[in-house]
Design a protein around this ligand. Sequence first.
Ligand code: AMP
Ligand code: MN
Ligand code: MN
Ligand code: MN
Length: 293
Amino acid sequence: MTILLNADLHCHSVVSDGTLTPEALAARAHANGVQLWALTDHDEIGGQQRAIAAAHARGLDYLTGVEISVTFADTTVHIVGLGFDAADQQLAAGLLATRGGRGERAQEIARQLAQAGIRGTYEGALKYVGNPELISRTHFARHLVDAGVCRDTSEVFRRFLTEGHPGYVPHRWARLGDAVRWIREAGGMAVIAHPGRYRLTPTEEYALFSEFKQHGGGGVEVVTGSHMPSEYPIYAAMAQEFGLAASRGSDFHSPDESHTDLGRLPGLPGQLTAVWERLEHRILRAPPARTAH
Ligand code: AMP
Ligand code: MN
Ligand code: MN
Ligand code: MN
């Protein structure tokens, strides 16, 4: 399998903070030429069986996926898991524990926003939630846009919900070593999601990659909708330095919000090993297309 494959290994459905169903995402991925797909909802694998069925109905090969929230150096870091056994009990328990606390956090976000003069945001955010265990800042952002408080979600994250602004509630997520272990012991590969997005110092970033590697992490996202093109060569070099496979994914959430559509990214820089080359044995192949008579 070549590095030129149109693989999209990062996106979100209504099971977390995306706006499309797994079925609609599979249709969109297929229409955009995706050949290998993974749905990576935040801290939740409840959409995997639907995604597998929808992928195979469209002739797409599939890798199981998840994006785990991790606290590292007092910063939230995301670790994508690919190609794991979706029936693994330890992974399920770890994700359940990681999701816990989102409800209380959401109420605290709403309290802070109310103090800043914006009332009713908990109820407002809930209207956008597909899975109550997965209430996230994205749902507050959608409500604040539709309520006319902000023009778009990026304005929301500039003025609210982030450090130094109303509605910022720090939260302790999973530990890096635990997240990597849950994924690995379920037979999958752990991948550092969009490393260019974290506000880590160069020393902290080096520590993240080193510790991730020591825990048995296997890959890093190089070409992602959450990176600027100028960041691709930076993380391509990091992948090579740390002996990590490279991943590619749009991080698509919604046709109205995402800058990068499913399957519409540049290819990986050629000198890298793609995660799908190391995960060949974990790919759930689409059944061969039936020919019409
Ligand atoms: P949470 O897991 O509740 O902290 O929410 C994190 C989610 O918020 C991310 O997965 C993104 O979907 C969204 N998000 C975070 N920062 C931004 C931003 N600057 N612009 C748009 N969406 C963002
Ligand atoms: Mn998200
Ligand atoms: Mn992320
Ligand atoms: Mn994501």
